[in-house]
Design a protein around this ligand. Structure first.
Ligand code: ATP
Length: 225
């Protein structure tokens, strides 16, 4: 993305969240986004994940010019290629663990239901949650909820995993386990981008980008490896 700008508008109030962001992310790399509170990290992640629009600048996602996408095309690409993990897990309370993970398949997969169920069970096994298939999210610990959210993020085999403070609500031991899990996914070929305030967690990424006051630093990204 280059010279990307985003202003939130609510009536008379305008907040310039991204003023000029230049960022190139390579396939299969891991990138941590850090910076001061209110600097635009979550907004940047939301724009990257096609959850938020932007006003000006250019964003090419896997060669696709995002500005040219219709709403429906953006939804389809988001569901098919991008997996999200949020600080607050964002699981649907009225659904079981299994149904939460299955949800993206309902809209984006033509596989027979039996195959979908097998795939969901396999993923839940990978994140250590296959023993809680029928539980509701509130019946799980924070770390368990995040594991389920990660299984849901993976169910469409996304090329890009976007995680916004994925460990923000977890104790430090569980945080390390969750970050390790995210890196395991990256090692299978996905690109991993995560926002964190925790400098130790940020330093595990191949690159760290600082965003403050809506702008990436003068050097853009700091190369770590
Ligand atoms: N939905 C919204 N409507 C209006 N302004 C918003 C909205 N979301 C964020 N902002 C504003 O945009 C700016 C960037 O917010 P953002 O949440 O992206 O920052 P952040 O770096 O993720 O912050 P934090 O580290 O505190 O989570 C802030 O000034 C914020 O007040």
């Amino acid at each position: 993305m280059s010279q990307l700008c985003k202003t939130y508008r609510a009536g008379e109030i305008q907040t310039s969240a991204l003023k000029s962001v230049d960022l190139e992310i390579h396939s299969n790399e891991s990138l941590a986004i850090t910076g001061a509170s209110g600097g635009g990290k979550s907004t940047l992640l939301a724009v990257m994940g096609l959850l938020e629009s932007f006003d000006s600048g250019r964003y090419l996602l896997n060669g696709i010019d995002v500005k040219q996408l219709s709403f429906d095309e953006a939804c389809r690409i988001r569901n098919r290629y991008i997996g999200f993990v949020f600080q607050s897990f964002q699981l649907i309370e009225s659904m079981s663990v299994q149904d939460n993970v299955m949800l993206p398949l309902r809209y984006g997969s033509k596989k027979p239901v039996a195959e979908q169920v097998d795939w969901v069970h396999f993923l839940l096994e990978q994140v250590g949650m296959s023993h809680r298939l029928t539980h509701r999210p509130s019946q799980l610990s924070g770390g368990q909820q995040q594991r389920v959210a990660i299984a849901r993020a993976l169910v469409m085999q996304p090329l890009l995993i976007l995680a916004d403070e994925p460990t923000g609500n977890l104790d430090s031991k569980t945080a390390v386990e969750i970050i390790d899990l995210l890196f395991k996914l990256q090692s299978f070929g996905a690109t991993l981008v995560y926002v964190t305030h925790d400098s130790a967690l940020a330093e595990q990424a191949q690159r760290i980008v600082q965003i403050n006051d809506g702008e990436t630093g003068v050097a853009g990204a700091i190369s770590r490896r």
